[in-house]
Design a protein around this ligand. Structure first.
Ligand code: ATP
Ligand code: MG
Length: 260
């Protein structure tokens, strides 16, 4: 089983779009996938068709109320299961503040889970709080989506420091396995930023183990309006517009991920 957290504390870089569509593409390839929505904004859950008219069991119940993953999990399409988030997850940070071992709850719930998957993908919120720490303690791999504009690398050192700290203190298996460029455009800027990112990660000297072998994925996810439209229909890009560039890119990306 591969376990992947899609993470960047910067907002709006493509974490959710990547988590949802990578999961759907892997599922379409016949892999059994569990997507865990760990963001109080619940965008991944909305993207896969959930609506908030009614209360429903969510990852909040797993983290705060000691429920099992199985009791909140739902199958959303062939080979794809979702542990949804709900807006009430926003108070988890506060509610878990005095709980000993609060960073390790998700790890323990995954270890105790009765279902086997080929992939577990965790969509992280844009912060470095207790939710993100739960993701980092529970997975082996981190994928970092980056948007290719001129501040792309800004904030990355903080992110890498956090990952390194977690790998030393909580989860020795943890490492950054890949960086994916999202909203890629046919501009010199996009190409230049990609070159900068590749140069940054090709310097291995003195780098901590947790990010000394980062692959910048060959597949760039192009900017494609269909990717931005799909969530409002509650569909992955493969369902919403299988012929779009977005669908093509996420399928190519999933194949690259599966080959790693
Ligand atoms: P947050 O930090 O708020 O969780 P995020 O990192 O999860 O954000 P997304 O929600 O995936 O980012 O993307 C931000 C916005 O950009 C969304 O409206 C999304 O539909 C859009 N978007 C993402 N990727 C693409 C793309 N390749 N082409 C066009 N629009 C995109
Ligand atoms: Mg998101």
């Amino acid at each position: 089983m591969r376990t992947i957290a899609v993470m960047n504390q910067k907002g709006g870089v493509g974490k959710t779009t990547t988590s949802v569509n990578l999961s759907s593409a892997l599922a379409a390839m016949g892999k059994k996938v569990l997507l865990i929505d760990l963001d109080p904004q619940a965008h991944a859950s909305l993207h896969l068709g959930l609506t908030f008219e009614k209360e429903f069991p969510s990852v909040y119940d797993v983290l705060v109320c000691n429920q099992s993953l199985d009791s909140v999990r739902r199958q959303v399409s062939d080979n794809l299961w979702l542990v949804p988030a709900h807006l009430d997850l926003a108070s988890a940070d506060f509610e878990l503040a005095s709980v000993v071992g609060r960073e390790l709850i998700l790890r323990d719930k995954i270890a105790a889970d009765t279902m086997e998957f080929d992939y577990i993908v965790v969509d992280c919120p844009p912060s470095l709080g207790v939710l993100t720490l739960n993701a980092l303690a529970a997975v082996e791999e981190v994928f970092i989506p980056l948007q290719p504009h001129f501040l792309a690398l800004h904030g990355l050192s903080k992110l890498l420091q956090t990952i390194d700290l977690v790998s030393r203190r909580l989860n020795p298996q943890l490492y950054v396995s890949g960086v994916v460029l999202c909203m890629f455009e046919r501009t010199t800027l996009s190409t230049d930023v990609r070159a900068d990112v590749e140069a940054f990660f090709s310097e291995h000297e003195g780098r901590p183990k947790s990010w000394s072998s980062v692959k910048v994925f060959e597949t760039n996810i192009r900017k494609n309006v269909r990717l931005a439209e799909a969530p409002s229909y509650g569909q992955s890009i493969l369902e919403y517009d299988p012929k779009s560039n977005g669908a093509e890119d996420y399928l190519a990306f999933a194949e690259e991920v599966a080959r790693m």
